[in-house]
Design a protein around this ligand. Structure first.
Ligand code: ADP
Length: 202
């Protein structure tokens, strides 16, 4: 198995942005959210199961999943959240393992928003936590997703707290400032992870 760096953080903390920087250094990125997106594409078994449960209102006019509507449902009702997770997580897990096997870079960046919540820490060699203050987080998510403050707060509320993530962190990236600053932090960590991955192989 390759050396695995798990990257986690709250919604809008900057995981995708940071993963894109690692990818620029030719590091293979496995992103649980990207896998989940693909699993619900039109015609998929997962989307069929979702339609069975919530009816055609869960689709957009184009026949794709109405994500914000599904999000509304699952963030309001624990039972629905569990239902969806029970379907998605085993499938995400299978695809993740397959992608890990074919990865070619010296280490893999494994982006897992719910690493701590789903107790997946043991599957990583190293845990990288993205740090952001709540005000910046709220602002960035509202702009990115065009959602209300209340909706973002609800999502943050059911995710692990910053402190819970920090308790497991080997490394932290501060993504509060400008992107240049984040880029430098990624660059330094990348050099470090190359060394760690090499030491593991030797
Ligand atoms: P996540 O994947 O953790 O949900 P994203 O990487 O999508 O978070 O970042 C959330 C939003 O904040 C995106 O619109 C992204 O472009 C923006 N963003 C991320 N990092 C920065 C930064 N350092 N400065 C300004 N905007 C940022």
């Amino acid at each position: 198995m390759p050396y695995i760096v798990a990257c986690t953080g709250g919604i809008g903390s900057g995981k995708s942005t940071i993963a894109n920087i690692f990818a620029k250094f030719n590091i293979n990125v496995i992103d649980a959210d990207v896998i989940a997106y693909k699993l619900v594409k039109p015609g998929s078994c997962v989307l069929k199961a979702i339609i069975n449960r919530y009816g055609n209102d869960i689709l957009t006019k184009q026949g794709t999943l109405f994500r914000s509507r599904l999000r509304e449902i699952i963030f309001q009702d624990k039972k629905e959240r569990y239902w969806l997770n029970n379907i998605l997580h085993p499938l995400i897990n299978i695809q993740t393992q397959n992608l890990k096997k074919i990865a070619k870079s010296p280490y893999i960046l494994w982006v897992v928003p719910l690493l701590i919540e789903n107790k997946l820490q043991h599957q990583a060699n190293r845990i990288l936590v993205i740090n952001i203050d709540k005000a910046t987080q709220l602002k960035r998510v509202q702009i990115r997703d065009n959602v209300t403050l209340a909706q973002v707060e609800k999502i943050i509320e059911i995710q692990a707290t910053h402190q819970q993530r920090i308790n497991f962190a080997d490394d932290i990236i501060n993504n509060i400032g400008k992107l240049e600053n984040t880029f430098l932090q990624v660059f330094k960590l990348h050099q470090f992870y190359l060394k760690l991955a090499k030491t593991k192989q030797d």
